[in-house]
Design a protein. Structure first.
Length: 390
């Protein structure tokens, strides 16, 4: 089954976003209506209520959910030698070019705006049937349940295929456990809402929720990549990323933020020691390993320099639904040619009203980066459907 997508001519949603309830929350993270601070609520997460039905919640708003789910139980990662691919000891994480989705959880919103008039299949279907290997999840703090939810804009564009952050993570884990031969999955986490929700306590809760689904060995962490190097950036530029033999079947999280939350998570721009997620950085910063460079045209030089120094780069194949609907492929072609490892789109599957669709050329579903991969690399060596399962 594939979902259909339909876009109207683009308009600007800024005026409506400005009225979003998230803009009525002060910097401490307290909601104007509930006067609950992020630090107060995150210190004691609720783990006693029954688990909500993620599928039933998919078409609801955050306030519609009647129960607060308990945290799930983590699953231990089990490496499966039976799904090893040719060249696994040679190819590295940065040799991949894969397809990702933008706002991967998104269902059509309650407000009829062209830029929000799209929706994605559930995460499991994207991973299983659409060749997607990168997902973007927007976090919104729920002070009532003291948990993170996943949606775009409060009240206006808040429908999601996976209501709670852990719902989304469980869908990813289900795919990963059933298909241990996949190359690393790239999970972009974007903190939304008031910045005050993302203090040390807030990030401790984010990581607590991640570890309630994936045990630490399932996650490619900054510490693992840094190894014995002094900084993460030093490890990336001198030794490079781990091999596919070391990372096959696992997940990599990165934080898409360059403001106060990133400063808190990197301890003032110092490091990511003991953290679970990488962060969007700039070349030369000690914590940098992943760069978010969304425009492959204007950032072409920056992407080329980053790839030459072994960084991972996320870029976008399309950022304007109206342009994409007209089957304008300039940005898509620039993104693919750039060699960026993570190419994000709103169109991972055929869509009603347009012939525009994003697939990685010759990918199975991903391919060797045309810029970074070594000679002899083939798409089947990155990931082969025949080797997904033992």
């Amino acid at each position: 089954m594939r979902f259909s997508f339909c876009f109207a001519p683009a308009t600007i949603a800024a005026a409506l976003v400005a009225c979003s309830p998230s803009n009525n929350v002060d910097a401490s993270g307290s909601d104007a209506a509930d006067t609950v601070t992020a630090s107060d609520t995150m210190s004691a997460p609720d783990t006693t209520d029954v688990t909500g039905d993620a599928e039933a919640d998919a078409a609801t708003s955050p306030t519609d959910a009647a129960t607060c789910p308990s945290l799930p139980s983590p699953m231990t990662f089990v490496r499966s030698p039976a799904v090893a691919h040719p060249m696994d000891d040679t190819l590295r994480v940065n040799h991949i070019q894969s397809e990702a989705t933008h706002n991967s959880y998104h269902l059509r919103g309650r407000v009829d705006l062209p830029e929000w008039n799209y929706e994605h299949a559930p995460l499991g279907e994207q991973l299983t049937n659409q060749g997607v290997r990168g997902l973007e999840l927007d976090l919104q703090w729920d002070p009532r349940c003291r948990r993170f939810q996943v949606y775009h804009v409060p009240s206006l564009d808040d429908r999601s295929t996976c209501r709670y952050f852990t719902d989304c993570l469980l869908a990813i884990r289900t795919f990963s456990a059933a298909n241990p031969g996949h190359h690393p999955l790239f999970i972009q986490v974007e903190p939304k809402g008031p910045e005050g929700a993302y203090d040390e306590a807030g990030f401790a809760q984010v990581e607590r929720e991640i570890l309630s689904v994936f045990d630490r060995s399932w996650i490619i962490t900054p510490d693992e990549v840094r190894g014995a190097s002094t900084t993460l950036a030093e490890a990336i530029t001198t030794r490079g990323w781990p091999t596919l033999a070391q990372t096959r079947g696992r997940v990599l999280f990165y934080l898409d933020n360059t403001t106060t939350p990133r400063s808190i998570y990197t301890r003032g721009g110092r490091d990511l020691n003991d953290r679970l997620m990488f962060v969007d950085g700039t070349m030369g910063e000690p914590f940098a390993a992943v760069l978010v460079l969304n425009d492959p045209t204007s950032s072409a030089t920056a992407i080329a320099r980053a790839l030459a120094a072994n960084y991972l780069v996320r870029t976008r194949a399309d950022s304007d639904p109206t342009t994409a609907r007209m089957n304008t492929r300039t940005q898509l072609m620039a993104a693919l040619a750039s060699g960026a490892q993570i190419v994000s789109t709103d169109f991972p599957a055929p869509t009603m009203g347009t012939s525009y669709v994003v697939e990685i050329p010759t990918g199975t579903p991903s391919r060797c980066s045309p810029v970074t991969a070594p000679m002899g690399c083939t798409p089947a060596a990155i990931e082969s459907p025949a080797r997904l399962r033992p």
